[in-house]
Design a protein around this ligand. Structure first.
Ligand code: BTN
Length: 273
């Protein structure tokens, strides 16, 4: 059970829309976004999410023990011009990494461009940032984190790519504590974005899972492949392709090597994932 009074007292949200069960917290936040009377930041929180959405046509599997929520923020209130909105997903991903660091000392929390967080090489969190109507200047930041929803009994293929905090640390976590820490980190990252993206750029580049690896990206009808050089200040993925360095602001990573070019050179070859 969530402690809603603690969340209200210890986080930056000004209103909470709580549901025992909800299709998608993002869908609900998109609905609330058009209500001018709704005070922001508004947290939409579901004890159980039955129709979670991911990027594109993907769905988000939210079984018992997972944390699923969306935060409706106002771009004007947060001093976030529309030009900075494409960076919000990375800033929120960084917030999840930095918040989860508290419980995963000495483990690797990485940002997989553009919207995933990986814990020790497997996906632990996914983010979905949506803009209801640019005229409203409001954004929905949807975050799903595998906290106590163990993957230990999940099919082998799923266990190979996804994990939960509880699987990695062999203990369970208080969902309210995890949520408050993530919200606090999110507020801090949005503040950084208000000021300048320069420090964020350095921090998300340091966290980038794909840097140094050979990556294949689908971009519209095109596929581009090359060594990933990191993420630039505009949040674009940099690939060193056969035709030179290219910056991709959007796209879907369809393949990437499991090791960086440097690591591969010093060990035996491994499969792509
Ligand atoms: C992805 O992996 O493609 C993004 C997944 C985002 C899932 C979260 S869970 C809370 C919020 N509500 C949704 O329907 N989706 C996001």
């Amino acid at each position: 059970m969530f402690d809603l009074s603690r969340i209200a007292a210890e986080s930056f949200v000004r209103s909470i829309d709580f549901h025992d069960s909800l299709g998608s917290t993002n869908d609900r936040a998109l609905e609330l976004a058009i209500d001018p009377g709704r005070s922001t930041p508004c947290l939409v929180l579901a004890q159980r999410q039955t129709g979670g959405r991911g990027r594109g046509a993907n769905s988000w599997w939210s079984s018992e023990g997972s944390l699923t929520f969306s935060v409706l923020v106002d771009g004007l209130e947060r001093n976030l011009p529309a030009g900075n909105w494409p960076l919000v997903s990375l800033a929120a991903g960084l917030a999840v990494c930095e918040a989860l660091d508290a419980w995963h000392v000495d483990r690797e929390l990485k940002l997989k461009w553009p919207n995933d967080v990986f814990l020790d090489g497997r996906k632990v969190s996914g983010l979905l940032v949506e803009i209801p109507d640019p005229k409203l200047s409001r954004l929905v930041i949807g975050i799903g984190i595998n906290v106590n929803n163990s993957f230990e009994t999940a099919p082998t293929e799923l266990r190979a790519i996804a994990t939960a905090m509880s699987d990695v640390e062999s203990r369970t976590f208080e969902l309210t504590d995890v949520l408050i820490r993530v919200l606090t980190a999110l507020d801090a990252q949005l503040r950084c974005l208000e000021q300048s993206s320069a420090t964020l750029r350095e921090r998300w580049s340091r966290r980038s899972l794909l840097t140094g690896r050979i990556v294949t990206l689908r971009h519209g009808n095109e596929e581009a492949a090359g060594r990933c050089l990191g993420i630039d200040g505009e949040g674009a993925l940099l690939l060193e392709t056969a035709s030179g360095v290219r910056a991709f602001r959007s796209g879907v990573v369809v393949r990437y090597d499991s090791q960086s070019v440097e690591d591969r050179a010093s060990s035996r070859p491994t499969e792509s994932v």
